[in-house]
Structures are given as structure tokens and as C-alpha cells.
Design a protein around this ligand. Structure first.
Ligand code: 13P
Length: 255
């Protein structure tokens, strides 16, 4: 008998967007997370750090989980402007996105840095959502699979389990562009990730790690993308800023 699939996760990465008035969006997401959706998928909202505490307090009792978008590897110290995984947990986060391509590209994060941050997330009891994905040039050069493999191998340290790790495949060229890979391309990369997870978490647990797809997910393409083999949810950028669109994506998992 095939093992049960992991429970899907639909996560919203708000990036550098959101002010206090955005609490209304969280309220609308929570209100729309009705029984049929609750039974089928988890929802996570990752606002900017300034809103974490307020969002986490507001989300109490709603079953919408709150996460951070990055953390520093150290627990505390003289690192002006940085936020530790412990601080995220203290503010009410249960997860943190790590190694997002915008962090890799604009803040020069390497796989080694992502691995250190992943350990920090686990130290603080957070789920690490580790992002991987190829650039346009890498795809055109036929390097997609080797890039994703390298990122997985180097960004995820020993100690990963289905309970503390989520992998997000986000092709860089699909982020914020409205472009998405074909279902076949997504299936190919997700199958590769699933295969590599056997080595990372062991064969028995590999099927239980959630692998999210991210990059221009919207209500109109969610059902197709979420229906691809080995896609266990979505990491949503722009469309997560509107409750209606975020819920419209999550609706791919409605009964
Ligand atoms: P978009 O959904 O805006 O393409 O962003 C995807 C993303 O980067 C999520 O982390």
C-alpha cells in the first residue's frame, strides 16, 4: 500500500509588503479558512518581521500559522538589523522561509549560509522552508536539475525530518513574472527533489516531506499546479497579499 501523502501546505510570502492595516487581510484569510479547507490543507502567512507579533496574536485560535521570511544563524549578539530564529519563535512564528532566491540574489546568500540558517531554525523549534530553483540562464543551459540538486545537497544540513523541513521549488524566472513552468517541468523537478529527499531524510520519510511549488501561482493556475505529482502545496508571493486570491489558491484543496 502506498504511504499517505503529506498534508498540503499553502504558504504566503508577503516579502517587503504590509503595514498594520494589513491585519484586515489576515482576518479575511482566517475567516475564509472554513471547515472544508481546514480538513485538507494547512495555511501559513509570512508577513514582514515588523508585523509578526501582531499577526501571531491575531491568528491565535484561527489555525492560520505565522512564519518569518529569513533569520540570522546566531541566537543573539552584535548583528545590527538582524533577527534570530529564537526571536521569530518568540514573536509567535512556527516556520521560516530560508534561502529564497531574492535572499540569494540580492543579499548574496550561499548554500552554506542557508544551511547555517536552517540549523538555527531547528534550534529554535521552527520549521525551515528551504527554497531552491534555477535562473532563466541555468534553465536555458539545461542545468535545472543539477542546480536544484546542488542547492538541496548543500542547503539542507543533517537532521532534517518531515516535521522540521519543507522544500520549496521556485524557479527564479517564474517569480513575479506571470510565467510558470509546464506541469511536466514541475513534475520532473519535484520528482528529482523527492528522490534526493530519500538520501536527506531516509527512504521511509522522504514521501512525507512537503515539497511546495512557488512562482506566479494564482487562483487560475493553482488547481493544475497543485495537481502535479509530488506537489504538496504552494509558496505564494504576490497573490498572497489579497485574501481572496490566497484563498482562491488554497481552494485547489477544497473537497
Ligand atoms: P510570486 O508568487 O509573486 O511569483 O512570488 C513567488 C515567491 O517568490 C514566493 O516565495
Amino acid at each position: 500500500m502506498a504511504a499517505a501523502k503529506p498534508r498540503p501546505l499553502v504558504a504566503g510570502n508577503w516579502k517587503m509588503n504590509g503595514l498594520r492595516r494589513s491585519l484586515a487581510t489576515l482576518d479575511a484569510v482566517a475567516a475564509g479558512y472554513d471547515a472544508s479547507l481546514k480538513a485538507r490543507a494547512d495555511l501559513l502567512v509570512c508577513p514582514p518581521a515588523t508585523l509578526l507579533s501582531a499577526f501571531a496574536q491575531r491568528a491565535v485560535g484561527t489555525r492560520v500559522a505565522i512564519g518569518g521570511q529569513d533569520c540570522h544563524a546566531r541566537e543573539a549578539g552584535a548583528y545590527t538589523g538582524e533577527i534570530s530564529a529564537e526571536m521569530l519563535a518568540d514573536a509567535g512564528a512556527s516556520a521560516v522561509i530560508l534561502g529564497h532566491s531574492e535572499r540569494r540574489q540580492y543579499f548574496l546568500e550561499t548554500d552554506a549560509i542557508v544551511a547555517e540558517k536552517t540549523l538555527a531554525a531547528w534550534r529554535a523549534g521552527l520549521v525551515a522552508i528551504v527554497c531552491v530553483g534555477e535562473t532563466q540562464a541555468e534553465r536555458e543551459a539545461g542545468k535545472t536539475l543539477s542546480v536544484v540538486r546542488r542547492q538541496l545537497r548543500r542547503s539542507i544540513p543533517a537532521g532534517a525530518t518531515p516535521a522540521n523541513l519543507v522544500v520549496a521549488y521556485e524557479p527564479v524566472w517564474a517569480i513575479g513574472t506571470g510565467l510558470t513552468p509546464t506541469a511536466r517541468d514541475v513534475a520532473e523537478v519535484h520528482a528529482l527533489i523527492r528522490g534526493d529527499l530519500r538520501r536527506i531524510v531516509g527512504a521511509a520519510a522522504a514521501g512525507q516531506v512537503r515539497i511546495l511549488y512557488g512562482g506566479s501561482v494564482k487562483p487560475s493556475n493553482a488547481a493544475e499546479l497543485m495537481g502535479v505529482d509530488n506537489v504538496d502545496g504552494a509558496l505564494v508571493g504576490g497573490a498572497s497579499l489579497k485574501a481572496e486570491d490566497f484563498l482562491g489558491i488554497a481552494a485547489a484543496y477544497r473537497d
